[in-house]
Ligand binder design. Structure first.
Ligand code: KIV
Ligand code: ZN
Length: 518
C-alpha cells in the first residue's frame, strides 16, 4: 500500500468487530457483498473475521481474501498457536494478507482474566507476533484494553512486539474509557518513548461507550497515529466502534486542522451505509452524523433561507460528496433489466442471474403500482433475494379475524422443512400477536419479541409497508424484516425470517470452536 506520511490508513472492522454486535450476524453472501462495497469505497484494510471462532468465520475470511484485490485482508487471532495457524490459513489466498494478533495488557485483565504477570504477557505477545511473522509479512499486534494499561508497561509491550516483527501496533480503547486529551498524550508518549516506534505504524481502535470513539480517534491521529480502525455506521461491540463515515468526513472537512487525507472515495459512503444497514437489519438513527436521514435536512426557516442564499451558511459538507442525491428518481416502469442491474451494482448489490430474474419481475410488478421508484424501494425489493438463510419455516397461508368487539384470532399454515405442512390457530391481544402465537405453536421455538417497527418505505398510499422485528431466544438476538402492502402479512414474514435466522444461528453456535472474550 502506497501512502504518504499524512495519508491515514483506513482499517474497516465492520465484518469482525461490527459483526460481533448483538443481532448483526451476517451470512457469507452478505459479508462478500459488504467486502466488495468496502473495496469500492477504497478502504485500505478489511478485517474480515476471526477465523478460529467457527468454520463459518474461517470460510468468510478465506472467501473475502479470494474476492477482493486491492485492500489488505486481515484475520484476527489470539496469541495462541492454533488461532494464528488458522488465521494464516484463512488469509493465505489473499493478495495482501495480514494477521492481527491480540492479547490483553491492562492490570485488570492480567490479574482477573488471564492470571498472567507482566513478564508472561510480554513473552506471550512476542511469541504470538513471531509465529504470525513466520506466516505473513504484515503483522498487527493489539494490546487489548491498552487505554487502561499502565503507560510504562504499554511502552515495554509495544517495543517488544515491534522488535518481534509487528509492522502495525494498534492501541485499542477496548471499553470506551478514554478521553481525547489523555488518549492523545498516550499516543504522543509512545511516539516519543518507544525506541523502535519508527519501524511500525501506530493504529487506534476506539469503542464508543462514552460517545467519544471518533473524538478519541481524531485526537490520536493528530498526535501521530496513522491507522484508524472503524466500522460502517459505527457498528461494533456494545455502543460500537469509531464510525467510518464520521472519521473520514472529519478528516476531509477539516484539512486546515488535521492536515491529513484518506484514500476513501467518499461518494460511496451513502451506498455503503445503506448496504450495511440492510444486511445487518440495524437501522441508522435519523440524526446520525453524515449518514442519518436528517443529516442534510434543514428544517428551520432561518436555516432554509440561509441555504437558499448560500449553501455554505449552514452546510459544511455537500450531500453529493457522500453520494447522496436527494429524492433521486432512479427507475420507472419503462426501465429495462440492464438499467435495473446497473442500479443494483451502484447500490453495491450483486445478485445471481436467478435472483436477478426474480427481483426484476418484482420490480416490474411494483412499477405498475407505483409511479416513482426510489433506491429504497429497490433495496427493499431485493433484500429478500439476498437472504440466503435456509427457510426451515415458510408461510403458506394465514387468516385473521379482528375488530373492536371480537377476540383477535389467527389461523396460520406453515411449510416446515422435512416435516410437511402444519396449521394451527391462536388468539392474541391483537391480530399480529395472534399470528405470532399461532406461529409459535407450530415452530415450538420460544421467542420473545423485543422490538417491532412498522414504516412505509416511501411516500404515498401505494407505498410498501415494512415490518422489522427483533426476537430473543436461547440468549440469541435475531432480526427479521419483510415488506408487503399488507402489514399483517409483512409482520408474519418478518417473524418467520427471524425464526429462520435463529435456527441457523443455533446450528452455527453448536459448531463454534471458541467462546471469544473480546
Ligand atoms: O476492542 C478491542 O480491543 C478489539 C481488539 C481485538 C482490537 O476489538
Ligand atoms: Zn473492538
Amino acid at each position: 500500500m502506497e501512502t504518504n506520511d499524512n495519508q491515514i490508513i483506513i482499517f474497516d472492522t465492520t465484518l469482525r468487530d461490527g459483526e460481533q454486535a448483538p443481532g448483526c450476524s451476517m451470512t457469507l453472501e452478505e459479508k462478500l457483498m459488504v467486502a466488495r462495497q468496502l473495496e469500492r469505497l477504497r478502504v485500505d484494510v478489511i478485517e474480515a473475521g476471526f477465523p478460529i471462532a467457527s468454520p463459518g468465520d474461517f470460510e468468510s475470511v478465506r472467501e473475502i481474501g479470494r474476492t477482493v484485490a486491492e485492500p489488505i485482508v486481515a484475520g484476527l487471532a489470539r496469541c495462541v498457536d492454533r488461532d494464528i495457524d488458522r488465521a494464516a490459513e484463512a488469509v493465505a489466498d489473499a493478495r495482501n494478507p495480514r494477521i492481527h494478533v491480540f492479547l490483553a495488557t491492562s492490570k485488570i485483565h492480567r490479574e482477573h482474566k488471564l492470571q498472567m504477570s507482566r513478564a508472561d504477557v510480554i513473552g506471550r505477545a512476542v511469541e504470538g507476533v513471531e509465529r504470525a511473522a513466520q506466516c505473513v509479512r504484515d503483522v498487527e499486534f493489539s494490546p487489548e484494553d491498552a487505554a487502561r494499561t499502565e503507560p510504562d508497561f504499554l511502552r515495554d509491550v509495544v517495543e517488544a512486539v515491534i522488535e518481534a516483527g509487528a509492522t502495525t501496533v494498534n492501541i485499542p480503547d477496548t471499553v470506551g474509557y478514554a478521553i481525547p486529551e489523555q488518549f492523545s498524550e498516550l499516543i504522543a508518549m509512545l511516539k516519543a518513548d518507544v525506541g523502535n516506534i519508527d519501524q511500525a505504524v501506530i493504529s487506534v481502535h476506539c469503542h464508543d461507550d462514552l460517545g467519544m470513539a471518533v473524538a478519541n480517534s481524531l485526537a490520536a491521529l493528530k498526535a501521530g497515529a496513522r491507522q484508524v480502525e472503524c466500522a460502517v455506521n459505527g457498528l461494533g461491540e456494545r455502543a460500537g466502534n469509531c464510525s467510518l463515515e464520521e472519521i473520514v468526513m472529519a478528516i476531509r472537512t477539516r484539512p486546515d486542522y488535521f492536515e491529513l487525507t484518506t484514500g476513501v472515495d467518499t461518494h460511496e459512503i451513502m451506498s455503503t451505509s445503506r448496504l450495511v444497514a440492510n444486511v445487518t437489519g440495524v437501522r441508522v438513527p435519523p440524526n446520525k452524523a453524515i449518514v442519518g436521514r436528517n443529516a442534510f435536512a434543514h428544517e428551520a426557516g432561518v436555516h432554509q433561507d440561509g441555504i437558499l442564499k448560500k449553501k455554505s451558511t449552514y452546510e459544511i459538507m455537500r450531500p453529493e460528496d457522500i453520494g447522496l442525491e436527494h429524492g433521486r428518481l432512479v427507475l420507472g416502469k419503462h426501465s429495462g433489466r440492464h438499467a435495473f442491474r446497473e442500479r443494483l451494482n451502484e447500490l453495491g448489490i450483486v445478485l445471481t442471474p436467478e435472483q436477478l430474474d426474480h427481483a426484476f419481475a418484482q420490480f416490474k410488478t411494483l412499477a405498475d403500482k407505483k409511479k416513482q421508484i426510489y433506491d429504497e424501494d429497490i433495496e427493499t425489493l431485493v433484500r429478500d433475494e439476498m437472504e440466503d438463510v435456509p427457510a426451515v419455516f415458510s408461510l403458506t397461508d394465514f387468516h385473521v379475524t379482528s375488530g373492536s368487539s371480537v377476540t383477535p384470532t389467527a389461523t396460520v399454515t406453515i411449510e416446515v422443512a422435512d416435516d410437511g405442512v402444519k396449521t394451527d390457530a391462536a388468539i392474541g391481544d391483537g391480530p399480529i400477536d395472534a399470528v405470532y402465537r399461532a406461529i409459535n405453536r407450530i415452530t415450538g421455538l420460544p421467542c420473545d419479541l423485543r422490538d417491532f417497527e412498522i414504516r412505509a418505505i416511501t411516500e404515498g398510499k401505494d407505498a410498501l409497508g415494512e415490518v422489522r422485528i427483533e426476537v430473543v431466544s436461547h440468549d440469541f438476538i435475531e432480526r427479521g424484516r419483510a415488506a408487503r402492502t399488507d402489514i399483517i402479512e409483512a409482520g408474519a414474514l418478518a417473524y418467520l425470517a427471524a425464526v429462520n435466522r435463529l435456527c441457523q444461528r443455533v446450528k452455527r453456535e453448536e459448531n463454534r470452536n471458541v467462546k471469544d472474550e473480546l
